[in-house]
Design a protein around this ligand. Sequence first.
Ligand code: ADP
Length: 399
Amino acid sequence: MPLPLESRLDSYRRLLTLSQVLTSTLDLLTLLDLIVNAARDLTQTEATSILLLDQKTGQLYFEAVTGSKSEEIKRVVVPPSSLAGWVVREGRVQIINDVSKDRRFYAESDSSTGFHTRALVAVPMKVKERVIGVLEAINPLNGATFSDDDVELLTTLSAQAAIAIENARLFQQSDLISEMVHELRTPLTSIVAYSELLLQRQIPPEMAHEFVGTIYQEAQSLSNMTNAFLELSRLQSGRTRFNMTPCDLTDLVREVINLLKPQADERGLQLDSELPEQSVLVIADRDRIRQVLVNLASNAVKYNRPQGTVCLCLTPLDEAQVKIEVRDTGRGIPAKDLPHIFEKFYRVADSEGWAQGTGIGLNIVKQIVEAHGSAVTVESEIDVGTTFSFLLRAAPVEP
Ligand code: ADP
């Protein structure tokens, strides 16, 4: 049933106010909440939800839903064969007034939400023709069916919502930029200060030599930081493509050990590996997993003590999974810091006394391992050592 003119105008008035609220909200979670609630009010439906497309993995997952079930359904992935999957691919609206007659309807969502979907509208959320997600509404109240007016309202809302979501994401990025600039300040300040001192001619040669040493070290640390920042911002933007191919982990571990040998020797550390006799093949992005191993192993070296050891171990668990561990006999991580070490820029309070760092190595590790569908775990005991581990998918054996 088309809406009477008066209530149509009223809906558009509300949409207009809403668009101002949306563009001024930069917190992604608040924003998504606002959108689903607005969609429900505008269309007078039982529930609405937003599914977002993960740029890295191509997966479509629930990110917000109206009502109390929102936490349970968050991150639930829906298959490409679902209606939402169809909407993403085709970039077109779908109205189904009886989902029981449509094979694409993904009934699992109902078991997660506790709703009983009867009718459904799914609208693509687009930014410049690129679909970033889907806005869905289910079951018009009073048993009615969805009308063209509902679709029109949802389409207008979803266009505004898509832009607001994209802006909030970009803002998260710009937050990252200010954090990064902040981190660059410390080494830059000492480079400027020491070179200013050097420019005064009366500095004795030994002291001048020491100053140049400091400048060199700080410049080195700036260079490491810029590489890490680039990687981090790439990962965070969701623009990173993962090149998943079969790769030989045994080979990779040897490569990483050779790379870190000089650093370990310099600190009087033993760098070992525990590898099965046969080579271990996994499905992974080789360069990125190399980055993960380098980050973990160089931490194991940096936060170790003289005569300590670092070990890179590979254990095939079964035909499907391989466990990768990086163990050290270093300082250990205090229990109160463990929940935070994977956060961006987080460093344990006295880390600077041990080694230079930026506090982003582990965040990069986490993001890369998660993009491989896995998770990093850490076990640590003070003055005994730390073990980081994660699983990778084994490559199927050729018959
Ligand atoms: P950083 O650049 O500071 O090394 P990371 O993100 O790699 O940054 O690590 C975050 C913090 O976690 C480090 O500052 C350090 O305090 C702690 N940490 C990481 N790995 C280890 C380890 N193997 N042993 C002890 N502490 C560690």
